[in-house]
Write a protein that binds this ligand. Structure first.
Ligand SMILES: NC(=O)c1ccc[n+]([C@@H]2O[C@H](COP(=O)([O-])OP(=O)(O)OC[C@H]3O[C@@H](n4cnc5c(N)ncnc54)[C@H](O)[C@@H]3O)[C@@H](O)[C@H]2O)c1
Length: 308
């Protein structure tokens, strides 16, 4: 599979490295508005090729994306702890308004995987600006948030985080919803685990949703864990895995939620989004998910993005 990465800053360059060393992507094309940066990253990665599974690494502007199968978009101003959700949404939507049609002019078929923030808004914007069917545009959404959530639960109960099944759904951001009612450690419902404490679980949720702010304060941006999430989504696509992941996707009557992109359990394969899965929700979880959808819908309306 040939993969293009648009925006090779902290996240894009780390995604390129992760895909190069750990996956079966055969060709990578690095694109950045700063062509020197794209060239520098391509050269640096290329020098490691004798020590990794073979991958051809090219660089260029958007015209280099003509024959790629998947376009990962990591371009854009990063989230800072000062900028509001709406400020960032406005700035990066303006960027996407020009970027996506310029990509489409050379490639109208590739799948899109969006990681730029706010990812739910930009996933919706990409569907609108590219005219792709919604199944062909995936947002990395809460794959990262759910990974953090699972890691923290695993640490708390002293079990391998891979054995924890738990989702943060909804917005990739402040209104994310913890699905406690369907969280499991192995096959044991979380609430039946020895040592379960509701207050501690609430702290875990708050930590999972605020840790990106802490990392941004500490080192400016986050890029390692998200790159591993993107690699997992890419593998689900090229291996046609039908893997269930909490990615951001356009919803149509998901428990009454429509015309907004947010994260719910979604089956991913070679064609993109195969379908969403209806996880049983408690009344509170349903209310919180609706609230998250309303918040995101409000941003889409403020930006004049909503298509009826
Ligand atoms: N979804 C997630 O879980 C997640 C996690 C971390 C970061 N992010 C997001 O990823 C994005 C990138 O973050 P970063 O830390 O890599 O930022 P960065 O500033 O290091 O990199 C952004 C890159 O995009 C390039 N760029 C900007 N406009 C472009 C255009 N029109 N065409 C091509 N390239 C362009 C810049 O030159 C730069 O190299 C941000 O929006 C950030 O919030 C998302």
């Amino acid at each position: 599979m040939k993969v293009g990465i648009v925006g090779v800053g902290n996240v894009g360059a780390t995604v390129a490295y992760t895909l190069a060393i750990q996956s079966e992507v055969s060709e990578l094309v690095l694109v950045d508005k700063n062509l020197d940066r794209a060239k520098g990253e391509a050269l640096d990665l290329t020098h490691g090729v004798p020590f990794i599974p073979y991958v051809s690494i090219d660089y260029g502007d958007v015209t280099a994306l003509g024959d790629v199968d998947l376009i990962i978009v990591t371009a854009g101003a990063p989230r800072t702890n000062e900028s509001s959700r709406l400020d960032l949404a406005r700035a990066n939507t303006e960027l996407f308004k020009k970027l996506i049609p310029s990509i489409d002019a050379v490639n109208s078929k590739a799948l899109y995987l969006i990681a730029s923030n706010p990812v739910d808004i930009l996933t919706y914007a990409t569907i609108k600006f590219s005219g792709r069917s919604p199944e062909r545009v995936i947002g990395s959404g809460n794959v990262l948030d759910s990974l953090r959530f699972r890691s923290l639960i695993g640490q708390y109960f002293k079990v391998e985080p891979g054995n924890v099944n738990a989702y943060l759904l909804g917005e990739h951001g402040e209104s994310a919803v913890p699905i406690w009612s369907e969280a499991f450690v192995g096959c044991t419902p979380l609430r039946s685990m020895e040592g379960y404490d509701k207050k501690d679980m609430k702290k875990i949720f708050l930590q999972a949703t605020s840790v990106s702010k802490e990392i941004i304060d500490l080192k400016g941006s986050t890029y390692y864990a998200v790159s591993l999430c993107i690699k997992k989504i890419v593998q689900a696509i090229y291996r046609n895995k039908n893997k269930v992941m909490p990615v951001s996707t356009l919803l149509t009557d998901y428990y009454g939620i429509s015309n907004v992109c947010l994260s719910v359990p979604t089956v991913i394969n070679r064609r993109g989004v195969s379908r969403t899965l209806k996880i049983p929700l408690s009344k509170t979880e349903h209310k919180l998910l609706k609230n998250s959808a309303n918040i995101l819908g409000g941003v889409l309306d403020d930006l004049g993005l909503r298509v009826e």
